[in-house]
Design a protein around this ligand. Structure first.
Ligand code: IPE
Ligand code: MG
Length: 227
């Protein structure tokens, strides 16, 4: 979700105004996901590297995280959304950690949409923490992991690999998001800034995705034979 700052700057507003608007887009995209029958939506809200931002912006983002969780939990429950927050949760303040734990617990039985907020998340961190768990298992007499076993230790092991990655805000990079899981994802890059990314733009991304041929290493001819 990129482009909140630029959206605000273009309107001579403080960056925080862009972040607040960005939260509204989150609500819109959750609703649009449900309407389109999408079962897994994962949002990169705050990266391990975002801690390097000025302290006042970090604290604004944390406050926004808290207030959004408080405000949105009822709507998430009404809509059958299961919320998970994935990342280095221990770096958050205890009050935010408690809110996250409560929201995860309350929504644990919802099944319509699995919403994951990646916060204080980094793809390399994720791979390293999986490797550390596996190393400990191995030291305790376990076997060497294969790909499937490795993936089971990643922090989003509950979800299938993403089919579609959408990056707003004009950059053409992954920026340490789900680097293992994105191996075969279709990558959709748009210049639209996150606060301007609405149902219409989301529908365009889904339409683009629907036209992709997903070969997973096979040839086009092989796929046609399978169909
Ligand atoms: C994305 O918008 C929000 C977060 C990373 C929290 P930015 O804050 O990166 O917006 P730009 O890139 O400065 O426009
Ligand atoms: Mg940015």
């Amino acid at each position: 979700m990129d482009g909140n700052g630029r959206w605000a700057k273009a309107r001579h507003l403080p960056r925080v105004a862009g972040h607040s608007r960005g939260v509204e887009t989150v609500r819109t995209i959750i609703e649009a996901s449900i309407a389109n029958g999408i079962e897994y939506l994962s949002l990169f809200a705050f990266s391990s590297e975002n801690w390097r931002r000025p302290a006042d912006e970090v604290s604004v983002l944390m406050r926004l995280f808290v207030s959004s969780l408080q405000k949105e939990i009822e709507a998430l429950m009404r809509n059958g959304v299961r919320l998970r927050v994935v990342g280095q949760i221990h770096s958050f303040e205890p009050s935010l950690r408690d809110l996250i734990a409560q929201a995860q617990e309350r929504s644990a039985h919802n099944t319509r949409l699995h919403l994951t907020i990646c916060a204080s998340y980094g793809g390399r961190w994720d791979i390293v923490q999986a490797a550390q768990h596996l190393a400990a298992e191995f030291a305790a007499g376990g076997t060497l992991p294969d790909e499937a076993n490795f993936a089971r230790h990643l922090s989003m092991s509950f979800a299938p690999d993403p089919d579609l990655l959408i990056r707003t805000g004009g950059e053409r990079r992954i920026s340490n998001f789900l680097i293992w899981q994105l191996a075969y994802a279709e990558l959709f890059f748009t210049d639209v800034l996150w606060p301007d990314f609405q149902g219409e733009q989301f529908a365009a991304a889904l339409k683009w995705y629907a036209q992709r041929e997903r070969r997973f290493g096979r040839t086009s001819e092989q796929l046609q034979r399978i169909e």
